[in-house]
Design a protein around this ligand. Sequence first.
Ligand SMILES: [Zn+2]
Length: 233
Amino acid sequence: MQVQDIEKMLGLQGVSIKSLTYESTGNKNIARVQVEPTCYKQNCPCCQSDNTIKNGISGYRQIHHLPIAGTKLIIQAPRQRLKCKICGATYTYEYAFVSGKERHSKGVKAQIYKMSVGSTVRHCAETMEIPYSTAERFFKESVLKIAALVNTSTQAQVEQSSKLILGIDDFAIRKGHNYNTGIHDLRGESFIGIAKGRTLVELSEYMDKNPRLASLKPHAVVMDLAKVYHMFA
Ligand SMILES: [Zn+2]
Protein backbone atom coordinates (compact mmCIF):
# COMPACT_ATOMS: atom_id res chain seq x y z
CA MET A 1 0.00 0.00 0.00
CA GLN A 2 1.30 3.42 -0.96
CA VAL A 3 1.22 6.38 1.42
CA GLN A 4 -1.17 8.11 -1.00
CA ASP A 5 -3.59 5.21 -0.57
CA ILE A 6 -3.50 5.63 3.20
CA GLU A 7 -4.14 9.35 2.74
CA LYS A 8 -7.18 8.54 0.63
CA MET A 9 -8.36 5.92 3.09
CA LEU A 10 -8.23 8.37 5.99
CA GLY A 11 -10.11 10.97 3.96
CA LEU A 12 -7.96 13.85 5.13
CA GLN A 13 -8.03 16.65 2.62
CA GLY A 14 -5.23 19.13 2.10
CA VAL A 15 -2.53 17.24 3.98
CA SER A 16 0.10 14.66 3.26
CA ILE A 17 1.33 12.02 5.66
CA LYS A 18 4.83 12.56 7.04
CA SER A 19 5.06 9.53 9.27
CA LEU A 20 2.99 6.88 10.94
CA THR A 21 3.70 5.21 14.26
CA TYR A 22 1.79 2.37 15.81
CA GLU A 23 1.72 1.44 19.47
CA SER A 24 -0.03 -1.39 21.21
CA THR A 25 -0.40 -1.50 24.98
CA GLY A 26 -2.66 -4.10 26.53
CA ASN A 27 -5.81 -4.10 24.41
CA LYS A 28 -5.35 -0.52 23.23
CA ASN A 29 -4.01 0.06 19.74
CA ILE A 30 -3.11 3.58 18.76
CA ALA A 31 -1.86 4.81 15.41
CA ARG A 32 -0.37 8.30 15.32
CA VAL A 33 -0.33 9.85 11.91
CA GLN A 34 1.80 12.92 11.47
CA VAL A 35 0.63 15.16 8.66
CA GLU A 36 1.52 18.50 7.13
CA PRO A 37 -0.39 20.78 4.76
CA THR A 38 0.25 20.10 1.07
CA CYS A 39 -0.12 23.83 0.43
CA TYR A 40 0.50 26.52 3.01
CA LYS A 41 -1.38 29.22 1.14
CA GLN A 42 -4.37 30.38 3.11
CA ASN A 43 -5.67 33.88 2.57
CA CYS A 44 -5.16 36.46 5.30
CA PRO A 45 -8.31 36.65 7.48
CA CYS A 46 -7.81 40.42 7.86
CA CYS A 47 -7.19 41.69 4.31
CA GLN A 48 -7.87 38.50 2.28
CA SER A 49 -4.46 38.79 0.61
CA ASP A 50 -2.79 35.59 -0.55
CA ASN A 51 0.62 37.19 -0.18
CA THR A 52 1.54 35.22 2.94
CA ILE A 53 4.57 33.43 4.34
CA LYS A 54 5.16 30.69 6.87
CA ASN A 55 5.90 32.09 10.32
CA GLY A 56 7.06 29.15 12.43
CA ILE A 57 5.24 26.36 14.21
CA SER A 58 3.74 26.64 17.70
CA GLY A 59 3.46 23.00 18.68
CA TYR A 60 1.33 20.19 17.34
CA ARG A 61 -2.39 19.53 17.46
CA GLN A 62 -3.63 16.08 18.41
CA ILE A 63 -6.86 15.42 16.57
CA HIS A 64 -8.88 12.26 17.10
CA HIS A 65 -10.04 10.71 13.85
CA LEU A 66 -12.32 7.77 13.08
CA PRO A 67 -10.89 4.52 14.44
CA ILE A 68 -9.93 1.84 11.94
CA ALA A 69 -10.55 -1.80 12.86
CA GLY A 70 -10.33 -1.09 16.57
CA THR A 71 -7.23 1.05 16.26
CA LYS A 72 -7.49 4.54 17.65
CA LEU A 73 -6.30 7.14 15.16
CA ILE A 74 -4.66 10.34 16.29
CA ILE A 75 -3.67 12.90 13.71
CA GLN A 76 -0.71 15.04 14.69
CA ALA A 77 -0.79 18.27 12.76
CA PRO A 78 1.54 21.24 13.16
CA ARG A 79 0.07 24.46 14.47
CA GLN A 80 1.50 26.31 11.50
CA ARG A 81 1.70 30.05 11.92
CA LEU A 82 1.29 32.24 8.83
CA LYS A 83 2.05 35.90 8.32
CA CYS A 84 0.47 38.31 5.87
CA LYS A 85 3.07 40.33 3.97
CA ILE A 86 0.54 43.05 3.18
CA CYS A 87 -1.02 43.90 6.55
CA GLY A 88 1.33 42.05 8.88
CA ALA A 89 -1.36 39.96 10.54
CA THR A 90 -0.29 36.58 11.92
CA TYR A 91 -2.68 33.65 12.12
CA THR A 92 -2.79 29.88 12.30
CA TYR A 93 -3.30 27.57 9.35
CA GLU A 94 -6.74 25.95 9.42
CA TYR A 95 -7.14 22.32 8.47
CA ALA A 96 -10.04 21.31 6.25
CA PHE A 97 -10.71 18.12 8.19
CA VAL A 98 -11.34 19.73 11.57
CA SER A 99 -13.42 22.74 12.56
CA GLY A 100 -11.83 25.50 14.59
CA LYS A 101 -9.92 24.29 17.62
CA GLU A 102 -11.88 21.06 17.98
CA ARG A 103 -10.04 17.95 19.15
CA HIS A 104 -12.08 15.60 16.98
CA SER A 105 -12.14 15.53 13.18
CA LYS A 106 -15.14 16.35 11.05
CA GLY A 107 -15.24 12.63 10.26
CA VAL A 108 -15.90 11.85 13.93
CA LYS A 109 -18.59 14.52 14.03
CA ALA A 110 -20.26 13.17 10.91
CA GLN A 111 -20.30 9.72 12.48
CA ILE A 112 -22.00 11.11 15.58
CA TYR A 113 -24.56 12.94 13.44
CA LYS A 114 -25.43 9.60 11.87
CA MET A 115 -25.67 7.90 15.25
CA SER A 116 -27.67 10.66 16.88
CA VAL A 117 -30.97 9.39 15.53
CA GLY A 118 -32.28 6.51 17.60
CA SER A 119 -29.27 6.22 19.88
CA THR A 120 -28.35 7.53 23.30
CA VAL A 121 -25.45 9.89 24.00
CA ARG A 122 -23.93 7.27 26.29
CA HIS A 123 -24.03 4.58 23.61
CA CYS A 124 -22.50 7.00 21.14
CA ALA A 125 -19.70 8.03 23.52
CA GLU A 126 -18.87 4.42 24.32
CA THR A 127 -18.88 3.25 20.71
CA MET A 128 -16.75 6.14 19.54
CA GLU A 129 -14.54 6.05 22.65
CA ILE A 130 -14.88 9.76 23.24
CA PRO A 131 -15.73 11.63 26.45
CA TYR A 132 -19.44 11.84 27.29
CA SER A 133 -19.34 15.65 27.31
CA THR A 134 -17.87 15.76 23.80
CA ALA A 135 -20.42 13.31 22.46
CA GLU A 136 -23.18 15.30 24.13
CA ARG A 137 -22.00 18.54 22.52
CA PHE A 138 -21.79 17.00 19.03
CA PHE A 139 -25.11 15.31 19.66
CA LYS A 140 -26.84 18.57 20.48
CA GLU A 141 -25.22 20.22 17.49
CA SER A 142 -26.61 17.51 15.24
CA VAL A 143 -30.02 17.42 16.89
CA LEU A 144 -30.28 21.15 16.27
CA LYS A 145 -29.67 20.53 12.58
CA ILE A 146 -32.47 18.03 12.41
CA ALA A 147 -34.64 19.82 14.97
CA ALA A 148 -37.50 20.06 12.49
CA LEU A 149 -37.92 16.31 12.36
CA VAL A 150 -38.18 15.06 15.88
CA ASN A 151 -37.72 11.33 15.76
CA THR A 152 -41.25 9.98 15.33
CA SER A 153 -40.64 6.64 16.99
CA THR A 154 -39.23 8.40 20.06
CA GLN A 155 -42.22 10.71 20.04
CA ALA A 156 -44.69 7.82 19.88
CA GLN A 157 -42.87 6.08 22.71
CA VAL A 158 -43.00 9.25 24.79
CA GLU A 159 -46.71 9.71 24.13
CA GLN A 160 -47.43 6.19 25.36
CA SER A 161 -45.37 6.58 28.50
CA SER A 162 -47.64 6.65 31.55
CA LYS A 163 -45.10 8.25 33.87
CA LEU A 164 -43.24 10.53 31.55
CA ILE A 165 -40.47 12.55 33.15
CA LEU A 166 -39.31 15.47 31.09
CA GLY A 167 -36.05 17.32 31.53
CA ILE A 168 -35.63 20.89 30.36
CA ASP A 169 -32.29 22.65 30.18
CA ASP A 170 -30.52 25.31 28.24
CA PHE A 171 -27.29 24.83 26.39
CA ALA A 172 -25.03 26.65 24.00
CA ILE A 173 -23.39 24.77 21.16
CA ARG A 174 -20.27 26.77 21.86
CA LYS A 175 -19.43 28.83 24.91
CA GLY A 176 -20.70 32.38 24.54
CA HIS A 177 -23.03 31.59 21.65
CA ASN A 178 -26.80 31.82 21.71
CA TYR A 179 -28.62 29.51 24.07
CA ASN A 180 -31.08 26.83 23.07
CA THR A 181 -33.47 24.78 25.13
CA GLY A 182 -33.37 21.01 25.10
CA ILE A 183 -36.35 18.91 26.10
CA HIS A 184 -35.50 15.32 27.04
CA ASP A 185 -37.25 12.19 28.03
CA LEU A 186 -35.16 11.48 31.12
CA ARG A 187 -36.15 7.81 31.38
CA GLY A 188 -35.51 7.03 27.72
CA GLU A 189 -32.36 9.20 27.72
CA SER A 190 -33.40 10.74 24.43
CA PHE A 191 -33.96 14.22 23.04
CA ILE A 192 -37.52 14.87 22.04
CA GLY A 193 -37.26 18.52 21.20
CA ILE A 194 -34.90 21.41 20.77
CA ALA A 195 -36.10 25.00 20.82
CA LYS A 196 -34.00 27.88 19.59
CA GLY A 197 -33.52 30.35 22.43
CA ARG A 198 -34.66 30.20 26.04
CA THR A 199 -37.13 33.03 26.49
CA LEU A 200 -40.80 32.42 27.18
CA VAL A 201 -41.74 33.89 23.79
CA GLU A 202 -39.31 31.63 21.96
CA LEU A 203 -40.49 28.58 23.89
CA SER A 204 -44.17 29.37 23.29
CA GLU A 205 -43.52 29.77 19.57
CA TYR A 206 -41.75 26.45 19.54
CA MET A 207 -44.69 24.77 21.27
CA ASP A 208 -47.15 26.30 18.78
CA LYS A 209 -45.14 24.74 15.98
CA ASN A 210 -44.95 21.39 17.73
CA PRO A 211 -48.48 20.51 18.88
CA ARG A 212 -47.56 16.88 19.58
CA LEU A 213 -44.94 18.01 22.03
CA ALA A 214 -47.29 20.57 23.55
CA SER A 215 -49.96 17.91 24.12
CA LEU A 216 -47.69 15.72 26.28
CA LYS A 217 -48.83 15.22 29.85
CA PRO A 218 -45.64 14.63 31.81
CA HIS A 219 -45.78 13.10 35.26
CA ALA A 220 -42.92 15.37 36.31
CA VAL A 221 -40.66 17.98 34.81
CA VAL A 222 -37.08 18.33 35.96
CA MET A 223 -35.38 21.67 35.45
CA ASP A 224 -33.03 24.18 37.02
CA LEU A 225 -34.19 27.26 38.86
CA ALA A 226 -34.70 29.50 35.81
CA LYS A 227 -38.01 31.29 36.32
CA VAL A 228 -38.83 31.19 32.61
CA TYR A 229 -38.73 27.41 32.65
CA HIS A 230 -41.10 27.21 35.60
CA MET A 231 -43.61 29.42 33.82
CA PHE A 232 -43.12 27.44 30.64
CA ALA A 233 -43.71 24.09 32.36
ZN1 LIG B 1 -3.43 40.75 5.56
